[in-house]
Write a protein that binds this ligand. Structure first.
Ligand SMILES: Cc1cc2nc3c(=O)[nH]c(=O)nc-3n(C[C@H](O)[C@H](O)[C@H](O)COP(=O)(O)OP(=O)(O)OC[C@H]3O[C@@H](n4cnc5c(N)ncnc54)[C@H](O)[C@@H]3O)c2cc1C
Length: 458
């Protein structure tokens, strides 16, 4: 006999979207289980060491609030984030640096306080579905396979594992060749001499400029004085290293953010292409290649980058970062046109302004497409509602969006806001006894607004 546990709501995935979904549902009185394969929360933000969060703002307007802002407030209270600060890369309206361990702590505290039952070290296996209604999921733990039955489910696995298991159609990759955005292995270093870095930029400002900066040029002196520094720079040094046979990574610029501690930095520059994160053997190869690239980059930093001569590695991310995998087919799909036209859907539940940011699946290039400065787009509730199901929602980077649209919507503040919306929608569906697709969008928006979310006129 497989042991069975029963809940109102089961959330699969304890990342940005899953935690806010579980907390939102539990605060509305639901008995909630959160299923997470690792022993800690935060998902890509902590397991893949992604950061800073970007962006809560559209120009001067803060467009992500609610539970996502509560996470930031709590991080500030524990000294684990300065809050929202200017983006040193000049790529988006604000960034929100945070400490990884601080985030694990805050997310765990929010879940525990809300009464969420944390099923950590628990791997989602498959699901039982009857006529579009998910009855239970099966999970694997060290002591065997177990069942979690619930009235409602949220797939916040990033990969859409639950939605795919119950037969929801999905897409992977770009239209022309089905290739998704590349994976990246992030690592942190200590021993950075920031003064030396900025002295170099003063002498070589051209190494700092990049074509997608909002304001056209970046002033090295202003950058030096920012509370949190960083750069997307050194194209010449990278090409020199490539010509010398020292650098093989398909990337044109070095992307680095300062971390919260003096002399430390996070390097987001490796790039693994042509392997699928959805296939076990290929994911393993991606991990191996990502870690190989880390050490190639460390050699490059020490040998060629001013201010990085003495760096030492503090941590390599526990797992390679996956930008894109399954995008499920929902009742609505967000497209590139919706993003660039800053479209406001009548059932918009999440707002954002981060540009379409495509790390090319096959070359060393990045492509950016912006909406007008200060404007913002919306994610409709229907993009969270998978086709053909009654009691299932998705939240986070597996929502219903085109390859291009997801290149904007995958960012962590939006994942948190989507989770918030999904958790509240689950509670409303159960209260009203309706299917996910029948949840009253006006009531959902009103409840989210009462809970502090940003909800402008639709
Ligand atoms: C390299 C890289 C750089 C990025 N840079 C930034 C950035 O600078 N700023 C920013 O804001 N965003 C950035 N992003 C995007 C952002 O980090 C993610 O898209 C976002 O955090 C995804 O949140 P999520 O909750 O949807 O998924 P995740 O955070 O991936 O959460 C999914 C959770 O589900 C769990 N899970 C998955 N499958 C199973 C299973 N079968 N059983 C049990 N548990 C499972 C995972 O362990 C994980 O905890 C970046 C992403 C990458 C990969």
């Amino acid at each position: 006999m497989v042991p069975v546990s029963t809940y109102d709501l089961v959330v699969v995935g304890g990342g940005s979207a899953g935690v806010t979904a579980a907390v939102a549902g539990a605060r509305m009185g639901l008995k909630v289980a959160l299923v997470e394969r690792y022993g800690f929360l935060g998902g890509t933000l902590t397991a893949a060491m992604v950061g800073p969060m970007q962006s809560f703002h559209a120009g001067e307007t803060q467009v992500v609030k609610g539970l996502a802002q509560e996470v930031v407030d709590r991080l500030r209270a524990t000294g684990d984030s300065p809050g929202h600060v200017p983006d040193p890369i000049d790529y988006c309206s604000s960034i929100t640096p945070f400490d990884y361990e601080g985030l694990k702590r805050v997310l765990q505290e929010m879940c525990v306080e809300a009464g969420v039952d944390l099923w950590l070290h628990t791997l989602f296996l498959d699901a039982a579905v009857e006529g579009g209604t998910v009855r239970h999921i099966r999970v694997w733990q060290k002591d065997g396979v177990k069942e979690l039955a619930a009235r409602f489910f949220i797939d916040a696995s990033g990969d859409g594992d639950l939605a795919a298991a119950v037969g929801v159609p999905f897409q992977v990759g770009r239209e022309e060749d089905r290739l998704p955005q590349p994976m990246t292995m992030i690592f942190s270093v200590g021993g950075v001499n920031w003064d030396r870095v900025f002295d170099y930029f003063q002498e070589h400002p051209e190494e700092l400029q990049h074509p997608v900066a909002i304001h056209g040029t970046i002033d090295p002196e202003r950058l030096r004085r920012l509370p949190f520094r960083g750069f997307s720079a050194f194209p010449t040094l990278l090409e020199e290293a490539r010509a010398a046979g020292e650098f093989t990574i398909p990337r044109q610029r070095l992307l680095v953010f300062e971390s919260l501690r003096p002399g430390e930095a996070v390097v987001n520059t490796t790039r693994v292409q042509g392997l699928s994160s959805l296939k076990g053997r290929e994911l393993a190869r991606a991990e191996v290649e990502g870690r190989r690239q880390v050490w190639e980059l460390v050699d490059f930093l020490r040998r060629r980058v001013p201010g990085f001569e003495e760096v030492y590695v503090i941590a390599v991310a526990p797992q390679i970062g996956v930008r894109e995998s399954r995008r499920i087919q929902g009742e609505a799909q967000v497209t590139q046109e919706d993003i660039l036209a800053a479209r406001h859907f009548h059932d918009g539940v999440v707002y954002g302004a981060y540009p379409i940011d495509i790390h090319d699946p096959a070359t060393a290039k990045n492509k950016t497409r912006r909406l007008p400065e200060g404007e913002y787009y919306s994610i409709p509730y229907r993009a969270l509602v998978p086709q053909g199901t009654a009691n299932l929602l998705v939240a986070g980077r597996c929502i219903s969006a085109s390859h291009e649209a997801l290149a904007a919507l995958r960012l962590s503040p939006f994942a948190m806001a989507m989770g918030h919306a999904a958790g509240v929608a689950a509670a409303l569906a159960l209260k009203d006894g309706v299917a996910a697709r029948e949840v009253d969008a006006d009531a959902l928006r009103a409840t989210l607004a009462e809970q502090g979310a940003f909800l402008p006129e639709a």
